[in-house]
Design a protein around this ligand. Structure first.
Ligand SMILES: [Zn+2]
Length: 214
């Protein structure tokens, strides 16, 4: 089995007119959460050159990572924003890590797709890249939950060693590849549904909080 390389350096360096936070702040589809987004960006550390991640600021999640004018930055900030908006509004539940990763994956995919609307060839590359991420998520899920599967199948798996390096959670959070696998399977299922990302965010928050109250 051959998995795609995540060798999309040129795609991720593709320049955009505005910085990631400027573009996101202007998005009409996110109007309902404008105040939350302003607060998250105000609490965020947007000059860190480390990989994109969430940080906790006075009890709420915010973002750490560079705010630049390229797809790499927009995808990183959109992904972490999905985590922040969901987790800052959802109560604790065993479902929380699953829903959080799902909405983060969907925010990343959809928000970057919006900026690439008028550039069909780059948008096509972006769609391919996101599908490659889904394949890698499923690969790591099988690797963690059924070690030896790929050897038993006597298949050679080929992927960018950098992808392994970036998969910190494989080493740090046992069992977490299940969360990524869940996010990718659901993202694939929802991809054709044309669902609004804000409606989905609200649905996941309500589903988590109603489950908590029972
Ligand atoms: Zn994530």
């Amino acid at each position: 089995m051959t998995l795609p390389f995540l060798d999309s350096f040129d795609l991720l360096k593709h320049q955009i007119k505005h910085s990631a936070t400027e573009f996101i702040s202007e998005l009409k589809i996110l109007k309902r959460y404008q105040k939350n987004i302003e607060n998250i960006f105000a609490d965020s550390e947007l000059t860190s050159s480390r990989r994109y991640r969430t940080i906790t600021k006075s009890g709420n999640l915010a973002i750490s990572g560079q705010n630049l004018n390229d797809i790499w930055s927009l995808s990183g900030i959109a992904h972490e924003l999905g985590h922040c908006l969901y987790e800052n509004n959802a109560k604790n539940s065993f479902l929380k890590p699953f829903y959080s990763e799902l909405i983060a994956h969907i925010f990343e995919e959809q928000i970057v797709s919006l900026i690439l609307r008028d550039e069909p060839s780059i948008l096509k590359e972006w769609n391919h890249y996101q599908f490659s991420v889904d394949l890698l998520n499923l690969y790591f899920f099988i690797l963690e939950w059924h070690p030896g599967f790929f050897e038993q199948q006597q298949r050679k798996v080929r992927f960018d060693p950098a992808a392994l390096l970036f998969r910190e959670s494989l080493f740090l959070i046992p069992g977490y590849q299940l969360v990524y696998g869940f996010a990718s399977v659901w993202r694939c299922l929802l991809r054709k549904q044309n669902i609004s990302i804000v409606d989905l965010l609200e649905y996941l928050i309500n589903a988590t909080n109603s489950n908590y109250q029972k």
